[in-house]
Design a protein. Structure first.
Length: 123
């Protein structure tokens, strides 16, 4: 028999709340592998962990739950590939904008430090 993980164990393993997993189940994004009919406990199997890790990776990358669900509903490998390639281009553009923003902020920090040095450490 496969090892089953209770919802609290999975939540702890992936550093997400129990409520997050319940919500993912509710919106059909990430369903438990087994629900006990007697006590309604949700159980997950290790084979599901890659799927959850990928969902959380997409979320960390700025994907909305709607977009992630869209991806999980892709019917063919080609459809999945197109979806991911399009999102990868969007991520690259976002990264470029963030790098430019970081450079601008870095310049501003240097400017403020120069002002502080000239005037002394007043607030």
């Amino acid at each position: 028999m496969k090892k089953r993980y209770r919802i609290n164990e999975v939540a702890k393993l992936f550093n997400v709340s129990r409520q997050t997993l319940i919500y993912y189940d509710k919106i059909n994004l990430f369903k438990p592998g087994y629900i006990d009919s007697e006590n309604s406990y949700r159980y997950y199997f290790e084979e599901q962990f890659f799927h959850l890790r990928f969902i959380l990776t997409l979320k960390d990358a700025g994907f909305s739950l709607k977009e992630i669900k869209e991806y999980t509903e892709c019917k063919t490998p080609k459809e999945s590939l197109n979806f991911l390639e399009e999102r990868e281009v969007n991520l690259e553009l976002r990264i470029e904008r963030l790098i430019k923003s970081k450079a601008t902020i870095g310049k501003k920090i240097k400017e403020v430090k120069r002002i502080i040095e000239k005037r002394g450490p007043r607030t």
